[in-house]
Design a protein around this ligand. Structure first.
Ligand code: AMP
Length: 291
């Protein structure tokens, strides 16, 4: 496994793999790797002959006052984990190398980037869209892997790739959860034992929506209230939003009469938690109705 810090080295390594007619996959990450990241890496290794993982804490996707400086970083451990998975190349550029001092062009994802996370984290998705576009342009993979954990990010990336005619397949991977139901996240290391206990209300709220749907409730507002009432039982949680949305546009839905997505974002202490799940109404799940 090779580690490179410059764009030129990354391009050269990928060009060498291409010369051997290898298919190339990219898994973009911010490091502090856990089993959620490694699930993406394994999927990439299964689909491509040459696997690139980028480890880059992207400053432009952190809003002012967010945790850019304190974001967990452990590149030595990350390298060990990635070597064990059989990754070919790890790209670890510095922020100064990624962004020229006079860089002025950004990728603006449009309305999809302004709602939900985009409303709470101003400029976040322009930062994500720009860095993902740059990484895709440097590595030029056949396929790039993103987790459903960051569901809105996944949809933003899909829009960027479609609207800018980027030649890459976007592959997604389901959320990997801890045994207690909490979605794995690099930020979970911030949680105290009490905060972690409170955080369980987040996946529990999603379960409540899925459960109510399974019992026949299709009114999105009623499902959102079911989620909100589970979250409200945890006084340590401050809810940013709960929403039932269209799975691609992320526009709020009135009725769940086709597959939808439930989104939750909440804060516990200084840590922000986001989670989501697919909602499939029973008739659709059984294949009886499809609009
Ligand atoms: P991050 O390092 O947090 O930017 O995440 C890098 C990639 O890993 C993103 O595509 C995330 O959606 C994905 N990811 C992070 N946590 C999980 C998880 N628990 N399950 C699945 N994918 C994840």
């Amino acid at each position: 496994m090779e580690r490179v810090g410059s764009k030129a080295e990354a391009r050269k390594a990928v060009a060498d793999a291409r010369a051997e007619h290898k298919t190339v996959a990219l898994v973009p990450t911010m490091g502090a790797l856990h089993d959620g990241h490694l699930a993406l890496v394994r999927a990439a290794c299964a689909r491509a002959e040459y696997v690139v993982v980028s480890v880059f804490v992207n400053p432009t996707q952190f809003a002012p006052g967010e945790d850019y400086d304190t974001y967990p970083r452990d590149i030595d451990h990350d390298m060990e984990l990635l070597a064990a998975e059989g990754v070919d190349l790890v790209f670890t550029p510095s922020a100064a190398h990624m962004y020229a001092e006079d860089a002025s062009v950004t990728v603006e994802p449009g309305p999809l980037g302004n709602r939900w996370e985009g409303e709470v984290r101003s400029g976040h998705f322009a930062g994500v869209a720009t860095v993902v576009t740059k990484l895709l342009s440097i590595v030029r993979p056949d396929i790039a892997f993103f987790g459903e954990k960051d569901y809105q990010q996944l949809q933003v990336v899909r829009r960027v790739v479609a609207d800018l005619d980027l030649q890459v397949t976007v592959a997604s991977h389901p959320i990997v959860r801890d045994r207690d139901g909490l979605a794995l996240s690099s930020r979970n290391v911030y949680l105290s034992a009490e905060e972690r206990a409170a955080a369980h209300a987040v996946p529990a709220a999603l379960d409540a929506a899925a459960g109510a749907l399974a019992w026949g409730e299709r009114d999105a507002r009623v499902l959102e209230r079911a989620m909100a009432s589970v979250l409200a039982e945890e006084p340590a949680l401050a809810v940013d939003y709960v929403a039932i949305v269209h799975p691609a546009s992320l526009e709020p839905l009135e009725t769940v009469d086709r597959p939808a997505r439930a989104l939750v974002a909440a804060r516990v202490g200084a840590t922000r938690l986001i989670d989501n799940c697919e909602l499939v109404p029973p008739a659709v799940a059984e294949g009886e109705v499809r609009a």
